[in-house]
Design a protein around this ligand. Structure first.
Ligand SMILES: N[C@@H](CCC(=O)N[C@@H](CSC=O)C(=O)NCC(=O)O)C(=O)O
Length: 282
């Protein structure tokens, strides 16, 4: 559970740090970011995990989303894991931005080539929380929430739907909601999980809802209408439909003119932080 500090910077009265540790789940070094708000100097603070998308690292959200000012005010600890194991040496794990390193899809792979290292579901839900709890005394591990973007939105939705009592709230920016049905997801699930599509369902938010999974509070999803991946990869209307059919509370907001970038995330980050702070207060 030992971590090494890469850097720590004072930020809005708190501390933005980057760290690494040897991960049992992914079999190598994993980097992550932690923002601690000012109140964490002498009190416990809730933990909000952010899962980033394809091509991203533990730094992307930290540098681009502009979340720290409000997280400092709201008293939220922000934890930002990397998006996959790195330097795996596995053939096929590099050279394609949609698959492999930086594209871990927040699942536990089962195909022989990827099963040992690509275990981001267990990493994010078990190992990383244990590392945070053991190394950051101010982290209140009984108050956790999760959100993410695109591939990370898929990760946040599926993780929350599978652990509805664990996370107090969930939200997503432009998530992949039905990976079994779109090119990014089909490519990744086939190579990580094999061709038995029944094994894909636990990693597909629409399929999870269809099969009875529910989240106890309203799920927040924001989607830009000028997003170049909207029709081909994201298709939020699928999630809207299954949530309506199942009676799952969902706030899906569509925003004219916004694309897939961190300018979109930065525009809406305050709403998401408040959504989580409200749920984490109790
Ligand atoms: N290289 C790609 C674009 C990759 C991209 O847009 N990645 C998104 C996440 S996509 C879904 O998971 C991202 O968050 N990028 C980081 C950023 O700083 O914007 C292409 O050729 O289109």
């Amino acid at each position: 559970m030992n971590i090494e500090t890469i850097s720590e910077q004072r930020c809005f009265g708190g501390v933005q740090g980057f760290y690494w540790h040897d991960s049992r789940e992914t079999g190598g070094a994993m980097k992550f970011g932690v923002f601690r708000p000012p109140l964490a100097q002498n009190a416990k603070a809730p933990v909000l995990y952010y899962l980033a998308g394809l091509t991203c690292t533990e730094e992307t959200f930290v540098i681009k989303a502009g979340a720290q000012r409000l997280a400092a005010e709201l008293g939220l600890i922000l934890v930002t894991p990397d998006t996959s194991p790195r330097d795996t040496g596995i053939e096929g794990a590099t050279g394609d931005w949609e698959f492999g390193e930086a594209a871990g899809f927040y699942l536990d792979a089962t195909t022989p080539v990827f099963a040992k290292r690509f275990r981001m579901y267990s990493y994010v839900t078990k190992e990383l929380p244990a590392v945070i709890g053991a190394n950051f005394a101010s982290a209140d591990m009984h108050r956790e929430s999760i959100f993410g973007h695109s591939m990370g939105g898929h990760g946040a939705l599926t993780i929350a739907l599978k652990n509805p009592q664990r996370y107090k709230s969930v939200s997503a920016f432009a998530p992949i909601v039905a990976p079994s049905e779109v090119p990014w997801g089909r490519k990744a699930l086939l190579r990580y999980l094999g061709d038995d599509r029944s094994t894909w369902k636990p990693y597909d938010a629409c399929a999870l809802i269809r099969n009875g999974a529910r989240f106890p509070s309203t799920i927040l999803v924001d989607q830009g209408l000028a997003d170049k991946f909207l029709e081909s990869q994201l298709q939020p209307e699928r999630f809207d439909r299954v949530c309506r059919d199942a009676g799952q509370a969902l706030t899906l907001r569509l925003h004219a003119g916004y694309d897939h970038s961190y300018y979109f995330i930065g525009t809406l980050i305050a709403d998401h932080l408040r959504h989580h702070a409200d749920a984490l207060r109790s």
